[in-house]
Structure formats: structure tokens, C-alpha cells
Ligand binder design. Structure first.
Ligand SMILES: [Fe+2]
Length: 311
């Protein structure tokens, strides 16, 4: 069973800011009643903006290939004692799917499963990224979540939803450690990652893990298009969260920007893909091989405090 990330819904009131942000990133912004969608390919829905105050993750949808698979996963969830809610007709229309169902995972995140995800009536068109994003069998990207207990989330997705462990990163910071579990459902190195703070300075932990979604990632076709996006973001004066760098685990070359909702978007390319027949989960001691320097210090005094807290 190879599930794919089909869509992410974000609760926001900043539709105008997201529209401008989309132009720079390369999404095709379309209104959908009270909501809006940021298209990334032929699909009608990828990022869905829904009205609300949290400026955070609302839900995401994992796509199944068939109704049989969809029903089998619901049965597995129910057998594990998870309450599964059937989708509504309005919700089905908003997501442009044949059917969906939702549940709350052990970390309190609303997650959905869906099948029959529909293409839009029009061809995908992005003036700044005409070749489009890397999606298809890899899904639309990945999400890094703040988790109260990454090991509990990891066990749930492996046992109940058929995820496989990609690796762990144990990153020492602020007097403690950030542990991140990376999980894959298909060859994309990770679809969901869960980060927990262990003994980290509470001020840093509160800031780093303030929202349910730390970031989501969308993949460009090559490094050249990542560098072009970097120039557009500089010109548009969108704040960078992390500079260009390379991750230790998936070898993705990426940078991070602050979205209108405050969490980050990772823009990257060149991530490795996993072959389950040969993959052995690794443990890494750092997030990045090079780069990815934090940019949100808040001026020289706050920057110095931040540096001290992160030591
Ligand atoms: Fe990421």
C-alpha cells in the first residue's frame, strides 16, 4: 500500500497575502467559494485555504488508489480503536474527491484518507514554474509536525497506516534535543515528520513548536528552479527562515520562507527516493550538512539571546 499526500488544508484569514505569496512560489491560486486552492499540478486541490483564525494546519489528506484500499484502511483504524468520521457532501466538494473520512491521530492532528482525487477542468498554468512541481506517485510534498510524542506518532502511522520509518534526526539544541521521526508511505523520503522537544529550553521549544505545522515542503523539478525562486523571494521581500542548505537525511537542497500564516514553507529539489527493498533507517545527529542558517533572530540583541538559547 503506497499512500500519497493529496492535499493540505490551512486555516487562515490572510487570503490576499496567500494570493501574492502563491505568485512568487509558483502556485496557481483559485477561489473556491469561501475557500481557495493553490494548485500545483493537474489536480483541482493541493493546498486548500479555509477561513479561520488559527493560521495553522487544519487537516491533510492521504490518498488511496481505490475504494477497496480506502475501506480496508478505515477497517484498520477502527480495529485500532480510532474514531473515524465519514466525510460530508460539502467536504467532498471542497476537497474534489470521490470520498473521504477523517480521524484524529495520537498527537491531536486531524488527518484524512481519501480516494478519487479529481483533476481540475483547466490545464495547470504557472508563469514562474511552467514545468510544475514534483508530485504524481510521490504525492504533493511533505509536512513536518510539532508532536507531543514523536515515538507514539511514529508507532501509530507504522502499525495502523502502513508507513515505514525513513530515519531519525536527534539534533542537540538549547540544552536538550529535538528528535524527529521521518516516515514514508511511498518512494518520497518522507511524507510526514514528527518533531518532539526533549529538555529543550522552554522559550525555544515554545517558539519552535508553537504551531501544529512547523513547515510543509513542495518540490521543484531541479536546483536551478529553486535558485530562481530564491531570487523572486528576495525581490518580493518575503522573509527567509533558513538559508539555502542540504539536509543530512534526504539530501534535499532547499531553503525555508515564512508563509503568510507564520509557519514555514520549504522549497527544495533533488531529494533522494527510498527503495524499501534496500533501505535501512539511519540515525543522524544534525538536520543539515551545510547551510540552513536561521534568519529570524530579530535584530542584534534578540539575535544574541537566540544564539545563547540555542547553544
Ligand atoms: Fe522538510
Amino acid at each position: 500500500m503506497n499512500l500519497k499526500l493529496a492535499y493540505i488544508a490551512i486555516e487562515t484569514n490572510k487570503f490576499d497575502e496567500w494570493r501574492e505569496f502563491s505568485k512568487v512560489i509558483g502556485y496557481q491560486y483559485e477561489s473556491a467559494g469561501d475557500a481557495a486552492c493553490l494548485r500545483m499540478d493537474s489536480r483541482a486541490r493541493r493546498v486548500i485555504l479555509v477561513k479561520g483564525d488559527s493560521e495553522d494546519y487544519a487537516y491533510s489528506g492521504l490518498e488511496m488508489d481505490s475504494k477497496d484500499e480506502f475501506e480496508a484502511v478505515i477497517a484498520r483504524l477502527r480495529a485500532a480503536g480510532v474514531i473515524v468520521m465519514d466525510g460530508t457532501p460539502e467536504g467532498t466538494a471542497l476537497r474534489a474527491v470521490e470520498q473521504y473520512a477523517s480521524f484524529v491521530d495520537p498527537g491531536g492532528l486531524t488527518v484524512e484518507i481519501a480516494y478519487g482525487c479529481q483533476d481540475a477542468d483547466t490545464v495547470f498554468s504557472s508563469p514562474v514554474l511552467p514545468e510544475g512541481f514534483v508530485t504524481g506517485e510521490l504525492g504533493m510534498g511533505h509536512i513536518a509536525f510539532a508532536s507531543p510524542n514523536n515515538r507514539e506518532s511514529e508507532a501509530f502511522y507504522i502499525d495502523v497506516l502502513g508507513a515505514r520509518l525513513s530515519d531519525h534526526i536527534n539534533h542537540k539544541m538549547a540544552g536538550g534535543e529535538l528528535e524527529i521521526s521521518f516516515l514514508h508511505f511511498n518512494p518520497r523520503h518522507h511524507t510526514y515528520a514528527f518533531a518532539s522537544a526533549n529538555d529543550i529550553n522552554p522559550i525555544v521549544a515554545k517558539k519552535a513548536l508553537a504551531k501544529k505545522m512547523i513547515h510543509f515542503m513542495c518540490e521543484y523539478p531541479d536546483i536551478r528552479s529553486v535558485l530562481q525562486a530564491q531570487e523572486r523571494i528576495k525581490a518580493a521581500k518575503i522573509p527567509f527562515a533558513l538559508t539555502l542548505g542540504e539536509h543530512t537525511n534526504d539530501k534535499d537542497v532547499s531553503f525555508y520562507v515564512v508563509t503568510p500564516s507564520g509557519f514555514h514553507l520549504e522549497v527544495g529539489a533533488g531529494a533522494l527516493q527510498i527503495d524499501d527493498s534496500t533501505w535501512v533507517p539511519q540515525k543522524h545527529n544534525a538536520i543539515s550538512i551545510w547551510g540552513h542558517e536561521y534568519q529570524l533572530g530579530g535584530g542584534p540583541i534578540l539575535g544574541a539571546v537566540q544564539k545563547w538559547l540555542l547553544r
